[in-house]
Design a protein around this ligand. Structure first.
Ligand code: ADP
Ligand code: ZN
Length: 615
């Protein structure tokens, strides 16, 4: 590359200057600064950071500081286009070389690469690995390679892509170019796989905390999931964007119709819908304000929308990892958001059933079962949920103050007697019956089945009449979570006793069992956002502030629509909230706000200052 060309890059800029000028941020967050300095110093890196942790800055800033063009490899066109739109708004010369790009644009992009005019290039692995592009990159100056969603190299991950494996060749072909791989998938196996498969042996590994303090966690026993989720949305998030996850396509369709009927703007998303409908619903979710997507897990990667205010689960996901990933789509902008789940033992039975049917090797299935049990323990825990969640990922924290068990502490009671009753009912019934029947026996209901098996003659029959069905179900769930009871899936989900060393001490009255007092209590009404202590203030309580926020929001939407862009690309909610709180009255003050870089100041400063001045 010639001298004249490389001078078009602002190579003298320090990372801090780039961060402030381009992205409008006053400082780096968490590990960002260390990572950026490491890359700028020509090191390789593996970055594990939760969704919303600020991964893009980790490669975008070094790409702009180092001479040459940054090449970002990403698995999805939607992700690439979103990032490119954001960068262009910030005045960065970025292009996504995808099949969506017309022939002329594509040629222009290739020309810009040759002329050394492009600062950041986004590309899929397939496209990158074509001879013609590789040869072009050989001739160009490359600042770095960033491999986004790097867990795609791992067969253990949920998004395995064969082409990602071939990216190992970058190590040989571009030995002096720093490489940075990034992912939000934390587990050890995936991490090792990324290092091996991408040949990142020399990379420094950066592991950020997986805590997402702005997400409020809440779990309820499943009673009427459709209504429970509806009430949650109506009380805590009316008119806001969110995702509702359900296990089956059928329940997705039904829930979307139900919500729509109840006045919530909801759209379905699952693999059974034709591609056009899926794309349209996804687009509306991104471009419009306040749309709720009801989806199976098919709706996942590629949702970069920062202002998703809640994620609700109507069924239990199949592992902690899945739960963490799915809930992580809430509140990427750092403003307060909710993760709400209803679950029941029937979910567990169903999920285990699916696992039994799978053809995966025995060892893999055992791991899957353990993961499922860990999640059940989370659902039933009387402890801080965030503590349990993060412990699973190997992190210790103090009780968080922003989950249901912290805010409405559960009382533990000695349920040793109830536990003995349950265990003996299961035992006396020959470990051959499911939850329903065991509860009937405990409360002494004379059902047809009870009569058929003469279970009214058992000692334990009716011994549990002091509690309601629902309370017994809650106790059973907790005992499954504690491993005292096993659900036998190979055999019609009948309940069996857990291992002797757990069960016998309780039966012999040598050990006690503490359970949550609230087991089976009807779910208390979800608290509204204003009643809750939010980790990060999002509440705009004063009416005049609210009015200004709405005015800014509608201005933003107009500007975005005129450019056919999602509203958050103009400014995200976090930046709007700052406008309201600080009411900048000059361009200099406006520029101080996080999210306002030089380019956005020039584009939108005047317009937004006018709105603020009028309020
Ligand atoms: P990830 O890719 O890790 O999910 P993003 O890169 O999309 O996260 O960043 C999440 C949000 O955090 C974005 O809205 C971004 O503007 C914001 N953000 C990132 N870094 C900073 C920073 N240093 N200061 C302020 N906001 C930041
Ligand atoms: Zn907590």
């Amino acid at each position: 590359m010639s001298e004249a060309v490389s001078k078009t890059f602002p190579v003298e800029q320090s990372p801090h200057e780039v961060l402030a000028r381009v992205f409008g941020h006053a400082g780096f967050r968490g590990l960002q600064e260390e990572i950026v300095n490491h890359i700028v110093g020509s090191g390789d890196a593996l970055v594990l950071m939760p969704t919303g942790g600020g991964k893009s800055i980790c490669y975008q800033v070094p790409a702009l500081c180092l001479p040459g063009m940054g090449v970002v490899i990403s698995p999805l066109i939607a992700l690439m286009e979103d990032q490119v739109a954001q960068l262009c708004q910030s005045g960065v010369r970025a292009v996504a070389l995808t099949s969506n790009l017309g022939r002329a644009d594509s040629q222009a992009a290739r020309g810009a690469i040759d002329a050394g005019e492009l600062e950041i290039l986004y590309v899929s692995p397939e496209r990158l690995l074509t001879d013609s592009l590789l040869e072009q990159l050989d001739r160009s100056e490359i600042a770095l390679f960033a491999i986004d969603e790097a867990h795609c190299v791992s067969q253990w991950g949920h998004d395995f892509r064969t082409e990602y494996r071939k990216l190992a060749m970058l190590a040989d072909r571009f030995p002096s170019v720093p490489r940075i791989a990034l992912t939000a998938t934390a587990d050890e196996v995936t991490r090792r796989d990324i290092v091996d498969q991408l040949r990142l042996e020399r990379a420094r590994v950066f592991i950020a905390s997986f805590n997402r303090p702005n997400i409020h966690y809440r779990v309820r026993a499943k009673d009427n999931p459709k209504r429970q989720v509806l009430e949650f949305i109506k009380s805590a998030h009316p008119g806001e964007a969110g995702i509702v996850y359900a296990m089956s396509r059928k329940s997705v369709d039904r829930m979307a119709v139900y919500l729509e009927k109840e006045g919530v703007r909801a759209l379905p998303y699952h693999a059974g819908l034709d591609a056009q409908t899926r794309t349209r619903n996804h687009q509306r979710f991104i471009m419009e304000e306040g749309v709720v997507i009801v989806a199976t897990i098919a709706f996942g990667m590629g949702i970069d929308k920062p202002d998703v205010r809640f994620v609700a689960h109507m069924d239990m996901p199949k592992s902690f990892e899945a739960y963490y990933q799915e809930t992580g789509r809430a509140g990427r902008d750092g403003l307060s958001a909710d993760a709400f789940m209803v679950y029941g033992l029937q979910d567990l039975a169903l999920l285990r059933g699916l696992m039994e049917e799978s053809t995966a090797p025995e060892a893999v299935r055992r791991v899957e079962h353990r993961k499922l049990e860990a999640l059940l323990g989370y659902c039933e825990t009387p402890r801080c949920r965030r503590q349990v969640l993060l412990e699973y990922f190997g992190e210790q924290i103090d009780p968080c103050g922003n989950c249901d068990t912290c805010l409405e502490p559960v009382e533990l009671i000695d349920a040793s007697r109830e536990t003995r009753l349950v265990l003996s009912a299961i035992h006396r019934c020959g470990e051959s019956f499911g939850t329903r029947h065991i509860v009937d026996v405990l409360v002494g209901k004379n059902t047809e089945k009870v009569q058929r098996f003469r279970h009214e003659r058992l000692n334990v029959f009716g011994m549990g009449h002091h509690l309601k069905d629902r309370q017994w179900q809650g106790i059973l769930r907790q005992l499954v979570a504690l491993g005292m009871i096993r659900v036998d899936l190979e055999n019609h989900n009948v309940l069996r006793l857990g291992p002797r060393d757990r069960v016998m001490p309780v039966l012999r009255e040598e050990a006690t069992v503490s359970l949550r007092k609230d087991a089976g209590r009807p779910a208390p009404k979800a608290k509204t956002r204003a009643e809750r202590k939010a980790a990060i203030p999002y509440e705009i309580a004063l009416p005049e502030d609210r009015a200004l926020f709405e005015a800014l929001r509608s201005k933003r939407l107009k500007i975005a629509q005129a450019q056919n862009l999602p509203a958050y690309i103009v400014f995200n909610d976090a930046t709007l909230v700052e406008f309201v709180r600080q009411r900048p009255s000059s361009e200099a003050e406006f520029a101080e706000i996080s999210g306002v870089g030089k380019s956005k100041l020039e584009r939108y400063g005047k317009t937004f200052l006018e709105v603020i001045a009028l309020s």
